[in-house]
Design a protein around this ligand. Structure first.
Ligand code: UD1
Length: 432
């Protein structure tokens, strides 16, 4: 069982290069299924979600060839329409993208209900509403989502919820449908735009991605492409909070500063200095920060995926802060862990009230999900003493070489492999 051991309190310095965006690449890789020719995807982050999607594609019969560490070629022509099983689908939310892409290519899809971070109820009703509007019928049987359609025909779809996943699935299913599909109340996140740009680079006809209304005119076929994934907004934002929490000066490279603006605005408001360049931001931590209010919103609002990391910074800001989560029901599971480190946080429903303390203290803690794990890293780097973070597989789903990138900035962080204490105790008891 791997854990991070972090000795906090060190000032960091230097620069870090941000990897390709997890939430874009997990849509782009399944979308290659729609192509009639091989596709080359560049700026691939080395994270476990990518490994799993490449395994799924390969097991379905696609030819997957790593050209170098960050570039993959996928030839989907030999791919068969086999079910995406529970063992893989349970590992991430993005497995749902196989629904839209297989439906688009084969007019049939069988994918186990998606897993991913436990952030409360995560239904797929809007995905199914969209597939049905395009002409598919569906049923859920034994945890498997089954879709079939004789033909897919463009339609007008209004999402009742602003959903990244349903928007992406809608785009993928409509790309090769007959006629025009209009998606209203579409998600505007950068990864939605990146997926649309990727499909357009293969000959799709998608306009409006990044606005509330996306129009997709179906095309008969898609050709191959070479496409570079956008930089990860949330990895960049996480390093911005690392710089803020450790009162450090860090240059964060390979970013799109526009995507970071909601995070930049909040950090500047509490007293952090942020300098923007063409494809980099420099974050200079201050000595004292003031508390603030944060409310998560769909893009271009403050991203829910940055809420835990921002809360970690606010644990040591002067006065009270109020953090409101408006996307997910259950995104405060990390709070108990921060409390172990001395944070003063109370949670009432979807609102957390943070009373700033002087300093956090290292403690053993557990990553309860991906961004919760990131928040604990931010907290641990600024805390006094040693923090051990367990269940770091969550972090490795979405952050490439986190500990190496932090060590290069001067952080005292090690990844340690140790036997699971519960299993070890069990073995010891049996031996007695
Ligand atoms: C994506 C991101 C995740 C991010 C989230 C919100 C990926 C792989 N994951 O997740 O990192 O935290 O967007 O920015 O890109 N909902 C429904 N019915 C549906 C679909 C969603 O009620 O059919 C609800 C969800 O429960 C949630 C809200 O809509 O309350 C937003 O969810 P959604 O945008 O779909 O998130 P994901 O695509 O799962």
């Amino acid at each position: 069982m791997e854990k991070y051991v972090i000795r906090g309190g060190k000032k960091l310095s230097g620069e870090v290069v941000i990897s390709g965006a997890k939430n874009a690449v997990v849509a782009i890789l399944p979308a290659t299924i729609l192509s009639d020719e091989p596709c080359i995807v560049e700026n691939l982050p080395n994270i476990s979600d990518v490994t799993i999607i490449l395994q799924i594609l390969s097991e379905m019969g696609a030819k997957v060839r790593m050209i170098n560490k960050t570039t993959v070629e996928i030839d989907p022509r030999t791919l068969q329409n086999v079910p995406v099983p529970y063992e893989k689908a349970k590992l991430m939310r993005a497995s749902s993208y196989f629904l839209g892409t297989l439906l688009g290519r084969f007019h049939e899809a069988h994918v186990s209900m998606p897993g991913g971070c436990n952030l409360g109820d995560r239904p797929i009703d809007q995905h199914l509403k969209c597939f049905a509007a395009l002409g598919a019928t569906y049923n859920i049987d034994g945890g498997m989502v089954n879709l079939t359609a004789d033909t897919l025909i463009g339609n007008q779809i209004f999402f009742d919820k602003n959903s990244v996943g349903a928007t992406i699935n809608g785009i993928m299913a409509a790309t090769k449908a007959d006629g025009l599909t209009i998606i209203e109340n579409a998600a505007k996140e950068p990864h939605v735009v990146d997926l649309a740009n990727f499909l357009n680079s293969m000959g799709a006809d998608i306009i409006g991605a990044g606005t509330d209304v996306i129009k997709i005119r179906g095309v008969k076929s898609l050709h191959g492409t070479t496409y570079s994934v956008i930089p990860d907004q949330i990895e960049a934002g996480t390093f911005m909070t690392v710089a803020a929490a450790t009162r450090s000066n860090i240059l964060i490279r390979n970013v799109i500063p526009k995507h970071l603006e909601p995070i930049t605005r909040k950090l500047v408001k509490i007293g952090v200095q942020v300098e923007q360049y063409d494809d980099a931001v420099r974050v200079i931590g201050g000595e004292d920060y003031t508390g603030t209010t944060v409310k998560t919103q769909p893009h271009p609002g403050f991203p829910t995926d940055m809420q835990p990391q921002m809360a970690a910074v606010l644990t040591c800001s002067k006065g009270a802060s109020m953090v409101t989560e408006s996307i997910f029901d259950n995104r405060f599971r990390y709070v108990d862990e921060l409390r172990r480190m001395g944070a003063n946080i109370s949670v009432e429903g979807r609102v957390a009230v943070i009373e700033g303390v002087e300093r956090l203290k290292g403690a053993p803690v557990k990553a309860t999900d991906l961004r919760a794990g990131a928040a604990l890293i931010v907290a641990a780097l600024s805390a006094e003493g040693v923090t051990e973070i367990y269940d770091i597989f969550h972090v490795e789903r979405g952050y490439e070489n986190m500990e190496e990138k932090l060590r290069a900035l001067g952080a005292d962080i090690r990844k340690v492999d140790e036997p699971d204490p519960v299993a070890a105790e069990h073995t010891a008891r049996k031996a007695i």
